[in-house]
Design a protein around this ligand. Structure first.
Ligand SMILES: Cc1cc2nc3c(=O)[nH]c(=O)nc-3n(C[C@H](O)[C@H](O)[C@H](O)COP(=O)(O)OP(=O)(O)OC[C@H]3O[C@@H](n4cnc5c(N)ncnc54)[C@H](O)[C@@H]3O)c2cc1C
Length: 410
């Protein structure tokens, strides 16, 4: 359905970029996501001939990977209208949410590397990523562990809840051991990672450090790709450390920086959840559009089902919720973009919960409108429902995130 754009003062450049990304989302991401979703073996998602690589290449060719990279390294961050930044995320979620998350996570270590460009190795990594139009450099965010999920939000200083992946400084290197969970997005294909690692076990999660690392260092291996219900186009897999030697300069926050790391925790929380809010507002809109279109095509009672009042009421409620999620995500994204060093974590978590719960509700109601066809794999709504459902657990279960974020209100 053509949407009336309520932000009516967009610049010509932003409108042009929006159209370009919309086209990429619909003509490249949507069909690739549908094809990847149907693959039985998750290893095939990232096989050499997989359409995944067309998505990565297309994204880089449009320079979208440069959107968050600073101008001084050749990126576009300062020149890009913040509204364009929001629209890119929403349209990618509209195209395929799993692939949108894969592309979003793929840039994370590099935008972090740009923040620490006083370290020459990290400056080089950030620069190489900007130059990479092929999609050779791919990032991931390695935080969750097999035994620690919600603990990353709520573990605090309790040593029982501290990280299992630990690092010990020996000379100029950290010796790192342990395993990051199979949930790490891009875990099977990433070349670089943002790694959360326990450096002071006596302080639980408060004793963590943060490293930006290449994943080809000796002692780092990968697990099997995860086989899951939704967002199957998003490859996920564990990252295993066995006496891996991480050069000291990659540890951007060490044990002595615990207090700064607390502040950084909110920046990461706001970034990850803010991105989720924008992408899943896009999926909510996509699910609404599928239902709206179907309601005008399907004839029952001798008329398109749109003519039945129960369907009209459902659609209008869905529309209202989609617009609320989009407006909220947009407002949060613009604020946090303008306050990158002190973003609002609480608004990002609120927007993540609203968008993911809206996407799940709207996709479920859309299935109801599709009747039996809503359950058939032939129709995209069934996939959208599975993709949306995963989002309420992704990057933190909504309940644990809420328990963490509510403390920011005190
Ligand atoms: C699609 C997807 C993508 C993901 N991408 C990444 C990624 O890129 N990188 C990464 O590192 N991880 C990633 N994750 C992992 C994700 O962040 C975790 O799954 C999430 O944090 C929950 O952890 P868990 O699965 O271990 O659940 P658990 O922490 O075991 O939670 C189980 C249940 O217990 C509840 N619970 C847990 N702790 C508490 C508590 N203290 N108090 C009250 N209730 C509690 C939770 O609300 C939940 O209902 C991804 C997950 C998904 C689904």
């Amino acid at each position: 359905m053509p949407y009336r754009e309520l932000d009516f003062n967009l610049s010509k450049e932003t409108i042009a970029m929006h159209k370009e990304v919309q086209n990429f989302a619909i003509t490249v991401m949507r069909p690739a996501g549908i094809e990847l979703d149907k693959l039985h073996n998750p290893e095939d998602v990232y096989a050499k001939e997989s359409p995944l690589w067309d998505v990565f290449k297309g994204y880089r060719e449009l320079d979208l990977h440069m959107a968050r990279m600073p101008k001084e390294l050749g990126g576009l961050a300062e020149d890009l209208d913040p509204m364009a930044g929001y629209l890119i995320g929403e349209e990618m979620g509209y195209g395929d949410s799993g692939l949108a998350i894969s592309l979003g996570a793929s840039g994370m270590p590099f935008s972090f590397a740009a923040m620490f460009q006083h370290v020459p190795e990290l400056k080089q990594i950030a620069h190489d990523y900007i130059e990479d139009k092929e999609g050779r450099m791919i990032g991931c965010w390695a935080i969750t562990e097999p035994d620690h999920g919600g603990d990353w939000s709520l573990g605090g200083e309790d040593p029982k809840c501290g990280p299992s992946v630990t690092g010990v400084l020996k000379g100029d290197e950290y010796i790192v051991n342990g395993e990051k969970a199979a949930w790490v997005s891009n875990g099977t294909i990433a070349t670089h990672a943002v790694l959360h690692v326990g450096l002071d076990p006596s302080k639980g999660m408060a004793g963590q450090g943060l490293a930006i690392i290449p994943l080809d260092l000796p002692g780092i291996t990968r697990g099997k790709p995860l086989d899951k219900m939704g967002q199957r186009a998003l490859n996920q897999g564990s990252v295993v450390f066995q006496d891996a030697k991480i050069p000291k300069q990659y540890m951007v926050f060490d044990a002595s920086a615990a207090e700064i790391m607390v502040g950084m925790g909110e920046v990461i929380l706001a970034g990850a959840n803010g991105g989720m809010a924008v992408v899943f507002a896009g999926l909510a809109r996509a699910a609404f559009d599928e239902a709206f279109k179907y309601s005008q095509e399907r004839i029952q009672g001798g008329v398109p089902i749109f003519e039945h009042k129960n369907i009209k009421l459902k659609l209008f409620k869905m529309f209202t919720m989609v617009e609320a999620a989009r407006a909220n995500a947009r407002r949060m994204a613009l604020y946090n973009n303008a306050h990158q060093e002190m973003p609002s974590g609480v608004h990002a978590v609120a927007a993540k919960c609203l968008s993911t719960e809206t996407a799940t509700f709207v996709a479920s109601e859309a299935m109801q409108i599709f009747g039996g066809n809503g359950l058939a794999r032939e129709y995209t709504i069934e996939k959208m429902f599975r993709d949306a459902r995963a989002s309420m657990i992704e990057d933190g279960v909504n309940e644990t995130l809420s328990l963490q974020a509510v403390e920011f209100l005190v």
